[in-house]
Design a protein around this ligand. Structure first.
Ligand code: GLN
Ligand code: ZN
Length: 773
């Protein structure tokens, strides 16, 4: 029996990589210093896994920005706009890499970033590869080989983790019509072969190919491509031991395809789909081993050893222990780094801490599981097993988890609670009379730049270095500045700026019952951006009002409308670590009821527009279509439950980003928000086609510029996008706004961009064909 992990977090346990990257981008550190930091993290991760006793330690799980972008560079899937300009102006490969990720505005060049989207149903975002017809590939970046050599120099023969060619192609996008990207496999495969040849030459024995698509709904063409790719690899490299890694879903529907591939081992996510093991065991050929993904890479609960050992036993009995590997369910990229850093008993009580495991602990769990499979357990092994049993049992029955009042309220919810008083068409008239906004009303998504200063106030406040009244005063000053500035630039619907918020989910979680927090529980979201998901451990309720005071304060400063700003129930659920002892739908309903109370408080305080952000609603969609209906039903129900408490005249906004929404557009309409602001700009408004075709009934603000990049958009670009929007959506339904919140941007670029944006809206109004709003 062997152990392995599918990947380890690369941000560093104290976010060292984030800091290094951001310093490099602003020119504070050299490229060499950045590279050194990368090496330190890789080395630490390898040694940590070696010390824990992991047999196959991954390499190439490190990335400066994103592993899919790394793969694009590896196989030279570099769009011409970067290739031809960036390298020719004397930049390095690293600069080219970051230009693809973040756009490039230097030395007279002005190139937008590549598109970014969610990695399957996680909150990790990857850079979407671009493909054109007959595209050719070649080995460009040698990162995979370099990192293998690096570990070898430390005495560790790693298992390179490579995004499989099929998953790489399927993750991308066709940039022109008339071909299917899977047909590029014949051009792509030779590059993989070249890479494998070099790895084998360097002494690689095991290779992990990540092919999560094999666990999804795939066509016969894709199935055939799988056969071709892995047969070719086997023929050329009969000695290489390949692990084909599936995760995030079970492979039941594709079990024949998967077990017919000539790979050495098949990895299964047994956390997501425990029952697939039985199916796979019935099909597996003698030449194939099974890697059991038992330790959850996506949640923070301690592994239930007893349950895991039963799975191991089952596999062992069926195929023999030499053909069994013990592993994490997926890469630990989605887990926080190290629970041992959490020493604040007030924030994370030791009782709850004892129910948890982060990446480092999960690595130990993988090794421990192997240790516990030995025959005739010794005293030490028995004690480990007993302690685990106790922790699991204690969590199941603990009174800190269960709140009868919350359960009763959730049970009493009726369908009517999730319905507005009147249909949208009626509400729209009432709202237009009430709000008196111009055509093409301008607004932002909520947050304004969280400057170093603002963050330092929060840090000082948390450390007790400034009092809560001082902290409040500073935030109020910042809010006031933001309001004045928004008035000046002529925005129509203002926001308070969210300066008091660290993170849009954490801020609410901190005020709700049933949540706990970590200090260092960071998980990579995209590039250098990390999030620190709260942990929902028990029944959720709202002990006191959360946001009303800030919104009221902001509204008191201006005659313009200030919109209240809340995070929706699905997003809070989706971006937290959730309980695994009750259905997600139940937890979501509890959160929705808490947000409903907040919506009610805002309306009572005289706030006329309330935004309930649901950027995560799309990513919660199950990966397999068969499960969509059920999810959408409860998720949309939860949103509506949170919003429907207001009167007709109060305008409910929602906001979505990071995803492609075409396939759920009708469901989005079911949310019945009066206005939706939505990300569109990176994909040049492709999305609007869907909104137009479907005749989306409510109002919509398609994001007119990309806030994920520091690049300042020009007025004309936004005008062009607005014209595209106007072509498919009636003017009186259109809003003008950026495509997401501005917290990660600087003030200078934000001001320039928003000035251009309001100017674009003015121009649209001047040429409007609808006479009145
Ligand atoms: N209101 C939030 C903000 O502006 C929305 C963020 C998001 O959609 N991710 O920051
Ligand atoms: Zn957003």
């Amino acid at each position: 029996m062997q152990t392995h992990t599918l990947g380890y977090p690369r941000i560093g346990s104290k976010r060292e990589l984030k800091k290094a990257c951001e310093n490099y981008w602003v020119g504070k550190i050299t490229q060499q210093a950045l590279k050194n930091q990368g090496y330190e993290i890789r080395k630490e991760n390898w040694l940590l896994q070696q010390q824990a006793g992991i047999d196959l330690i991954p390499s190439n799980d490190f990335s400066f920005y994103d592993q899919v972008l790394d793969m694009a560079l590896t196989v030279n899937a570099i769009p011409d706009r970067y290739h031809e300009t960036i390298l020719k102006t004397g930049n390095t490969e690293t600069d080219l890499y970051f230009a693809m990720a973040r756009g490039y505005q230097k030395s007279g060049l002005d190139i937008t970033a590549m598109e970014m989207t969610k990695w399957f149903d996680t909150n990790y975002h990857f850079i979407v590869p671009e493909f054109v017809k007959d595209q050719s590939f070649s080995l460009f970046s040698t990162k995979i080989i370099d990192e293998f050599k690096e570990a070898k120099a430390l005495g560790i023969i790693t298992k390179p983790v490579i995004i499989g060619p099929i998953t790489f192609l399927l993750s991308g996008k066709e940039k022109e019509d008339g071909f299917n990207r899977i047909s590029l496999i014949d051009n792509l495969l030779p590059v993989y072969l070249e890479l494998l040849e070099q790895l084998e030459e360097q002494g690689a024995e095991w290779i992990q190919f990540d092919e999560p698509y094999l666990a999804l709904d795939i066509s016969d063409e894709v199935k055939a491509a799988y056969g071709k790719v892995y047969t070719t690899i086997k023929t050329k490299f009969p000695k290489l031991k390949t692990i084909l890694a599936t995760y995030f879903e079970g492979i039941e529907e594709n079990v024949e395809t998967a077990t017919n591939l000539p790979v050495c081992a098949l990895h299964l996510d047994l956390v997501k789909a425990p029952n697939q093991l039985q199916t796979v065991l019935r099909h597996i050929p003698e030449s194939m081993s099974i890697s059991l993904g038992l330790v959850d890479g996506r949640n923070i609960w301690k592994n239930d050893f007893k349950a895991s050992l039963e799975q191991i036993e089952l596999a062992k009995n069926a195929i023999g222990k030499d053909r069994v590997l013990i592993a994490t369910s997926c890469s630990l990229l989605h887990s926080p780094c190290d629970l041992a850093l959490e020493t604040d008993d007030e924030a994370l009580p030791s009782q709850i801490k004892n129910w948890l495991a982060f990446a480092k602990q999960k690595v130990e769990e993988v090794a421990t599981l192997k240790y516990l499979t030995e025959e005739n357990l010794n005293e030490d092994q028995k004690a480990i097993l007993e302690a685990n049993l106790q922790a699991i049992e204690e969590r199941r029955t603990s009174p800190v988890i269960h709140n009868q009042a919350v359960k009763a309220r959730a049970k009493a919810v009726t369908e009517k609670d999730a319905e507005r008083d009147s249909p949208f068409a009626e509400r729209q008239i009432l709202q237009h009379n009430n709000l008196k906004l111009p055509l093409y009303p301008t607004t932002t998504i909520g947050s304004f730049p969280q400057t170093k200063e603002v963050r330092s106030w929060r840090a000082q406040f948390k450390k007790g270095q400034i009092s809560s009244s001082k902290y409040d005063e500073l935030l109020k000053r910042e809010t006031k500045k933001a309001i004045r500035w928004q008035e000046e630039v002529g925005l129509d619907v203002l926001v308070h700026g969210e300066f008091e918020r660290n993170d849009m989910v954490e801020y609410f979680g901190e005020q709700l019952a049933g949540f706990v927090f970590t200090k260092f529980g960071w998980v990579q979201s995209y590039g250098s951006r990390c999030v620190k998901p709260p942990i929902i451990f028990g029944d959720v309720s709202r002990p006191h009002a959360m946001t009303a005071a800030w919104t009221e304060f902001a509204q008191s400063l201006t005659n313009k409308l200030v919109k209240g700003m809340l995070t929706g129930p699905v997003t809070i659920l989706q971006w937290s670590f959730v309980r695994n002892d009750q259905p997600r739908s139940e937890t979501c309903k509890q959160i929705a009821l808490a947000i409903r109370n907040e919506v009610q408080d805002l309306e009572k305080a005289g706030i006329k527009i309330i935004q309930i952000d649901e950027p995560a609603i799309r990513e919660g969609l199950p990966l397999k279509k068969a499960a969509w209906g059920n999810y959408l039903n409860w998720a949309i129900g939860a949103f509506r439950l949170s919003a429907s408490v207001v009167s007709n005249t109060t305008q409910i906004h929602t906001h979505m980003c990071y995803s492609e929404f075409n396939d759920i557009i009708e469901d989005i309409a079911q949310m019945d928000a009066d206005v939706i602001t939505i990300e569109c700009s990176r994909s040049q408004m492709e999305l609007l086609g869907a909104f137009g075709d479907f005749k989306y009934p409510n109002e919509i603000g398609p994001g007119v510029y990309d806030i994920h990049s520091p690049r300042v958009p020009k007025k004309d670009e936004m005008l062009e996008l607005l014209e595209k929007a106007k072509a498919v959506i009636p003017e009186k339904q259109l809003w003008v706004n950026p495509d997401c919140g501005l917290k990660t941007r600087g003030w200078e670029e934000t001001q320039a961009a928003l000035k251009a944006m309001t100017a674009a809206a003015e121009t649209m109004r001047a040429t409007a064909t609808s006479p009145v709003a």
